[in-house]
Design a protein around this ligand. Structure first.
Ligand code: 5AD
Ligand code: SF4
Length: 510
């Protein structure tokens, strides 16, 4: 038996969640205090680097919530006592970037802080080959876990700390903790969360994806689709509203299929309708919408409710029906255009953004031209354009006719030009108008976001300064105003369009 302060190991951990993790939060606190690592004067620090999509950023807020409950303090630098990498694997370059950072942090641990805890989690760790590579080549990594059990961070950290204690007596013991769950079990609610913002929050409404688009690794690493109960979502949004949050982003890989598999009879449109009535929430956004599941009810609720932003992210992926079939997308070019027509008929001012993949196996010049045509016809407000990346284990990785790199690059550049043209043309339509803006940050940031620690800046000196805010169409505007406006919705006159952002002036500057 390991010598634990106060014989904590005799207390049995609850088997139910979240009670079990709350138990381990307390155990970590006691263990770190008893070993003298964490005292009232000396705090331990943590750093989380997040790669990838909004889902991962949301997971990192949860990881941070647990670490702060244990007593860790957040720092921006990787020179911390605990460093976590929350990884992405959707395209190859995301994985490559992670490896670069791990090499860097390994050096810091070796040279500056051998007792540092290094953890790696997220989508990449759901791939057995990646876990093997980490184990073999990066022995300094202490904790490895995946997307399905990231709620267990307190338990995993406790296990590591106990292993390290045991190693003091028996140096031949291995300390690292590897816990990757192949499949998701239930959804764990009610653990502490450290929100990155005081006025904006992401809210998970569902996890996983059942679509199996042939190029995509997500269904393999995020598991099957699971919706949260509507009462849990509503409770969370009410709680956020009571803390002053103005804007929520509903998150799911395919929000339009929300509700499938739940005992209650609910759709995404019905959920949105309910959430839009919650007092205090001024803006609701959601992503991502799959075109095959976008219902007339959703269009109707979006056009009726003012709090729902007139913006939809609707991945096209390709404008060729032939390729869409090979991608397993379950819609044709015509279906997509019909959907856009319906959205615009109901909401002429709606901003439509998209994702497009260039160089999917077998993409011909004809297929690509069809993608350009759809882009011209839809006139997207913006598009995330991706070069196809071969993901081992997906059906498309084994497709013949992978497109040569030089052809893909050339097509990619042509696509960028078409998209840049429509984005600028759409954006310029708002010049001369007064619009509602959520003030996000002091300074003229093109990223938006908030002050460096992610919190609203101190408002001691409330002189007029440069501010950045976000419009309903998701574009940013720079204008002058008081710092205290950060987190508020204000009316701004759009003076000038700089293609993908605006310059404006506050309508009432006191
Ligand atoms: N290669 C390139 N882009 C991809 N995406 C998903 N998988 C791949 C891949 N293998 C893109 C899709 C998706 C977005 C999140 O990432 O466009 O909508
Ligand atoms: Fe990937 Fe398709 Fe699921 Fe989106 S809908 S996460 S692209 S499989």
């Amino acid at each position: 038996m390991v010598n634990v302060p106060g014989n904590l190991d005799l207390i049995e951990a609850p088997t139910k969640e979240p009670e079990r993790q709350l138990f381990y939060i307390e155990r970590c606190k006691e263990l770190l205090a008893a070993s003298g690592q964490m005292t009232d004067e000396k705090k331990l620090t943590y750093h989380i680097s997040t790669f990838g999509c909004q889902m991962n950023f949301r997971d990192s807020e949860k990881l941070a919530g647990v670490l702060e409950s244990i007593g860790y303090e957040r720092v921006e630098s990787e020179k911390a006592d605990l460093v976590l990498y929350n990884t992405c694997t959707v395209r190859e370059n995301a994985s490559t970037r992670v490896y670069g950072r791990i090499g860097y942090v390994g050096k810091i641990k070796k040279e500056k802080n051998p007792s540092m805890v290094i953890g790696i989690c997220g989508c990449m760790m759901q791939e057995p080959d990646e876990v093997e590579k980490m184990k073999k080549s990066y022995s300094f990594i202490d904790i490895i876990f995946g997307t399905h059990n990231s709620y267990k961070i307190a338990e995993l950290l406790y296990t590591l700390l106990m292993n390290r204690k045991a190693k003091e007596k028996n140096p031949s013991l291995k300390t690292h903790v590897i816990d990757v769950q192949k499949e998701a079990t239930g959804i764990v609610e009610d653990l502490p969360v450290r929100y990155d913002s005081t006025f904006r929050a992401g809210v998970n409404i569902m996890y996983g994806c059942d679509n199996f688009c042939t190029y995509c690794i997500v269904p393999y690493v995020r598991g099957r689709e699971r919706s949260r109960k509507s009462c849990d979502i509503i409770r969370e949004v009410e709680e956020l509203a009571s803390r002053g949050v103005k804007e929520i982003m509903l998150l799911g890989q395919n929000v339009n299929s929300y509700g499938k598999g739940l005992d209650e009879d609910i759709t995404f449109a019905a959920l949105l309708d309910k959430l839009s009535d919650i007092k205090g929430i001024k803006r609701i956004r959601f992503m991502t919408s799959h075109p095959k599941d976008l219902s007339d009810d959703l269009i109707s609720v979006m056009s009726r409710k003012e709090t729902i932003c007139r913006h939809i992210h609707l991945p096209l992926q390709s404008g060729s029906s032939r390729l869409l079939k090979k991608m397993n997308r379950h819609y044709t070019r015509e279906d997509y255009l019909t959907l856009v027509g319906k959205l615009r008929a109901a909401m002429p001012d709606i901003a439509i953004t998209t994702d497009i993949i260039v160089g999917f196996p077998g993409e011909t010049e004809e297929d690509f031209k069809e993608t350009l045509e759809v882009c011209e016809e839809v006139s997207f407000d913006s598009a995330f354009t991706f070069i196809y990346s071969k993901r081992t284990g997906t059906p498309a990785a084994a497709f013949p006719d992978q497109v040569p790199e030089d052809i893909v690059k050339e097509r990619f550049d042509r696509l960028l030009k078409v998209v840049a043209h429509s984005s600028a043309a759409n954006a310029s339509k708002l010049v001369g108008k007064d619009v509602d803006v959520l003030v996000e940050t002091v300074g003229h940031s093109l990223e938006g976001g908030e002050a460096s620690d992610g919190r609203t800046p101190e408002t001691g000196d409330d002189a007029v300064t440069a501010l950045t805010g976000r419009l309903g169409n998701n574009l940013l505007v720079h204008f002058e105003g008081r710092k205290s406006l950060v987190g508020e919705i204000v009316r701004v006159h759009i003076d000038e369009c700089k293609d993908f952002y605006y310059l404006g002036s506050l309508c009432v500057l006191d």
